[in-house]
Design a protein around this ligand. Structure first.
Ligand code: ADP
Ligand SMILES: Cc1cn([C@H]2C[C@H](O)[C@@H](COP(=O)(O)O)O2)c(=O)[nH]c1=O
Ligand code: ZN
Length: 283
């Protein structure tokens, strides 16, 4: 059989592929993207606040001093959308990293908005708060598909960057990231738990890895030995997958202490269960 030359191959793309087409701007004129801020050290994110039910404009409630050289703004000049994923156990700094990236994007003149799940009511619904108290205003939603309507289609069109925190709680994460990055040209920065307390894949976070431009796995510090922590140990005997909580329920642990911790918790659980069986008043 004769080898098929590239030019004789039937293209499935119409019009046929041209390298130039890769660089053609999609929808937005170049002027839409502002130049980097002239005051790189401290500034406030440019948030979109158009929801009439929310005070507008809401004051930025935090600002992280930023030295530009320390902040990675992943390839934000592309005219196509992007997806960046930040994962790791609890207390690894996922929310902190997300907030820094959002701040850096904002410093570059891009319009940003941040979404978190409304399941997490620990610090109220109007802001994202890190474990050490950094804050950023946000949209607390049940599903990502409601975002465009909530914010309003015009405001959505103006947005450059969308941050998503607690991504494990959004069932429609994959579809949203596809739509926002592939069709709407947004940069989507996603932070969430890759694994639950049993180290099972959590929600749809791992499903979006194939969509990602970059994936960052962060580590925390093992609460028991100080080594790097890759996992989250649940300290209580609740067994549901979703259980909102902080340091009172969870701790970051290394592999050794995860394994040891599971043995201890498993033993405690069986003692409790056998006590329940022996006790006439418990069912
Ligand atoms: N075991 C811990 N308990 C409470 N806070 C912690 C613990 N370990 C680290 N932290 C704090 O939490 C910060 C990270 O918070 P955050 O960005 O909200 O993490 P994540 O979103 O990954 O849970 C760390 O910089 C540190 O100050
Ligand atoms: C491990 C694990 C965690 N959760 C909950 C607990 C917290 O409310 C969030 C994680 O918050 P963080 O910003 O990453 O610290 O998720 C859960 O529901 N189930 C789990 O197994
Ligand atoms: Zn350890």
């Amino acid at each position: 059989m004769l080898p098929t030359s590239i030019s004789s191959m039937k293209s499935l793309i119409f019009p046929p592929f041209s390298p130039l087409s890769l660089h053609f701007p999609k929808t937005k004129p170049f002027a839409f993207f502002s130049l980097p801020s002239k005051t790189p050290n401290v500034s406030y994110p440019k948030f979109l606040h158009v929801n009439p039910s929310m005070p507008s404009p809401r004051p930025p409630i935090f600002s992280i001093p930023i030295r530009q050289s320390h902040i990675e703004t992943p390839q934000s000049s592309s005219l196509c959308g992007e997806v960046h994923v930040i994962v790791g156990p609890m207390f690894a700094g996922k929310t902190t990293t997300l907030l820094h990236r959002i701040q850096a994007e904002s410093n570059n003149g891009r319009t940003v908005a941040v979404i978190k799940s409304n399941k997490d009511t620990r610090y109220g619904l109007d802001s994202i708060v890190t474990h050490d108290g950094m804050k950023l205003p946000c949209w607390a939603l049940a599903s990502l598909s409601s975002f465009r309507l909530k914010i309003g289609p015009d405001a959505y069109d103006q947005l450059d960057v969308i941050g998503i925190d607690e991504a494990q709680f959004f069932e429609d994460l994959y579809d949203f990231c596809c739509e926002a990055a592939d069709h709407d040209g947004k940069t989507v920065i996603v932070a969430g738990l890759d694994g639950d307390y049993l180290r099972r894949s959590f929600g749809s976070v791992l499903n979006i890895i194939p969509l990602a431009n970059s994936v960052t796995k962060l580590t925390a510090q093992c609460e028991l030995c100080g080594k790097r922590a890759f996992f989250t140990l649940r300290k209580t005997d609740e067994t549901e997958t979703e259980l909102i909580g902080g340091a009172e329920v969870y701790m970051p642990v290394c592999r050794q202490h995860y394994v040891d911790g599971q043995v201890v918790i498993g033993a405690a659980r069986s003692v409790l269960e056998s006590k329940k069986l022996q006790c006439g008043t418990c069912t």
